[in-house]
Write a protein that binds this ligand. Structure first.
Ligand code: FAD
Length: 201
C-alpha cells in the first residue's frame, strides 16, 4: 500500500486518471488477488486462510481512504464465484485463471433501470435460439461497477416467462465482445449478443 498505491492515489483518482491494470498483476504476485480463490485456477490462498483473514485483506486495501484503487478486485470477487460454483469446465478455464491473476476482469450485472432491490423482476431475457446452442440476450443493466474495465460480465437474465419471478432468473456469462459498455455504469446487451455460457445456479 505504501509503495505502490498511496503515493499515486491522488493522481489516479483526484486527477481523474485511471489506475494502471499492471497494479492487479503486481497484487497477484504479492499474493493479494489469489488469496480468496481456489488453487485449481491459479488462486494462492495461504494455509488456514479464513473469513477473518479475508476481512483483514479488504481492510488493508481500504487504507487509501477510498475504494477505487484495486476496486475491480472487489468486483471480481463478487462476479467470479457464480462461474466457479456453477459454470462449465470450459467457462471456468476461459474466465477464471485470467481474472484471478488480474489479467482480465469480470463485473456483476444484476441491477436494471427498473429493478434494483427487486431482483425477481428483472427484464433482461435470455432465449435459447433454434439451434439450441446459443442464448440470445436482450436488456439493459445499470450501476455496473467496473463496467469500463470488464472483459466479462456475470449477467442476471430471465430464461423463464415474464411472470416467472425469481424462479426464472439465471446467471449468464457475457464477453464484452458482445455487450456494449457505454460508460462506467451502463451496459446494454442487444439482439446481436449470442451467449453460449449460461451458468445455472
Ligand atoms: C456504488 C454502487 C455500486 C453498485 N454496483 C452495482 C454492480 O456492480 N452491479 C449491480 O448489479 N448493481 C450495482 N449497484 C446497484 C445496487 O445494487 C442497487 O442500487 C440496489 O440494488 C438498490 O436498488 P435501487 O437503487 O433501484 O433502489 P430501490 O430498489 O428502488 O430501493 C429504493 C428504496 O426503497 C427501499 N425498498 C426497496 N424494496 C423494499 C421493500 N420491499 N420493502 C421496503 N423497502 C424497500 C430500499 O431500502 C431503498 O431505501 C450499485 C449501487 C451503488 C450505489
Amino acid at each position: 500500500m505504501e509503495e505502490e498505491i498511496m503515493p499515486y492515489y491522488d493522481d489516479w483518482i483526484d486527477e481523474g486518471k485511471e489506475y494502471p491494470n499492471e497494479l492487479h498483476l503486481k497484487a497477484y504476485k504479492a499474493g493479494i488477488n489469489g488469496a480468496i480463490f481456489p488453487k485449481e485456477y491459479g488462486g494462492t490462498p495461504p494455509e488456514n486462510f479464513d473469513a477473518f483473514h479475508e476481512l483483514i485483506l479488504w481492510d488493508e486495501l481500504a487504507r487509501t481512504g477510498g475504494g477505487a484503487v484495486l476496486g475491480q478486485l472487489g468486483i471480481d470477487s463478487m462476479a467470479l464465484p457464480p462461474v466457479l460454483l456453477a459454470g462449465s469446465q470450459y467457462l471456468k478455464d476461459k474466465v477464471a485463471r485470467d481474472v484471478i491473476s488480474g489479467k482480465k476482469h469480470i463485473s456483476l450485472c444484476i441491477s436494471e433501470p427498473g429493478a434494483g432491490s427487486d431482483v425477481a423482476n428483472i427484464q433482461t431475457s435470455a432465449i435459447l435460439d433454434e439451434t439450441g446452442q446459443y442464448y440470445i440476450v436482450n436488456g439493459s443493466k445499470k450501476w455496473i461497477t467496473g463496467g469500463n474495465m470488464a472483459d466479462f460480465f456475470t449477467l442476471a437474465c430471465r430464461t423463464g416467462d415474464e411472470d416467472s419471478g425469481m424462479t426464472g432468473v439465471y446467471d449468464c456469462t457475457v464477453s464484452t465482445e458482445c455487450a456494449d459498455s457505454t460508460c462506467f455504469s451502463d451496459v446494454s446487451v442487444s439482439h446481436a449478443c449470442a451467449c453460449r455460457w449460461l451458468v445455472v445456479m
